[in-house]
Every structure is written in C-alpha cells, then in structure tokens.
Ligand binder design. Structure first.
Ligand code: FES
Length: 111
C-alpha cells in the first residue's frame, strides 16, 4: 500500500471522526478523518472561519445530533461527505479535503 497509514477503519467508530498529525516534511499538518459506514472522508483540521482546529476535546468533532462535523469555537457545522459549511460564520466555505483511501480495512492518506 502506498501513502501514509493512519489507522484501521474500526478505530474510528461509525458516525464519528478522529484527529491525526500528518507528517509533511518538517511540519505536522493537523487533519481529521470522519467515518460513515464503510466510507471515510479526510479534511484539514482547520476551520475556514479563522483557521483554528475544530475540536477542543480530543476527537470531539461531531455536532450534538451526530450529523455534522462541528467547530467548537463558533459552532460552524460541516457536511461529512464534502466538508461544506452549511451553517455558521463560514457558511458556503468548505473544509480543505485530504485524499484518504481504504485498503483491506486500513486508512491511508493517498499519495
Ligand atoms: S473558528 Fe470555526 S466557526 Fe469560528
């Protein structure tokens, strides 16, 4: 498998998301991976509003109803499937996607 391995699909409970540090050269880029059933979606963990990480508590990325990714700072909510902000101060602006793939149950960032 190519790419940077993150974890196994079952390490992210269905309907939740998990944060990772993605080593990129000298830097570490904060990303999150959300899971819906067998599908996973990767995004930069940076709110389009003011660029902060979405979560305040580790891996606490979901809205109370569990339907959307949510920024803890001002409450913006994002669709899991495409990262689009549908409510909040950055409505209409998406999270930056990170290409992730699943091979044999293992999630990796695609090269
Ligand atoms: S920083 Fe995310 S909604 Fe303001």
């Amino acid at each position: 498998m190519s790419g940077h391995v993150l974890c196994r699909v079952e390490d992210i409970p269905d309907g939740t998301a998990r944060g990772f540090d993605w080593p990129k050269g000298e830097a570490k880029v904060k990303i999150l991976v959300a899971r819906k059933g067998g599908q996973v979606f990767g995004y930069r963990n940076s709110c389009p509003h003011v660029g902060v990480a979405l979560e305040m508590d580790p891996d606490d990325f979901m809205s109370i109803d569990g339907r959307y990714l949510q920024c803890s700072t001002h409450g913006a909510q994002f669709r899991v499937e495409d990262g689009m902000c549908i409510i909040g101060p950055c409505a209409g602006r998406p999270l930056r996607s990170v290409p992730v793939s699943v091979t044999d149950g293992v999630i990796a960032i695609s090269d």
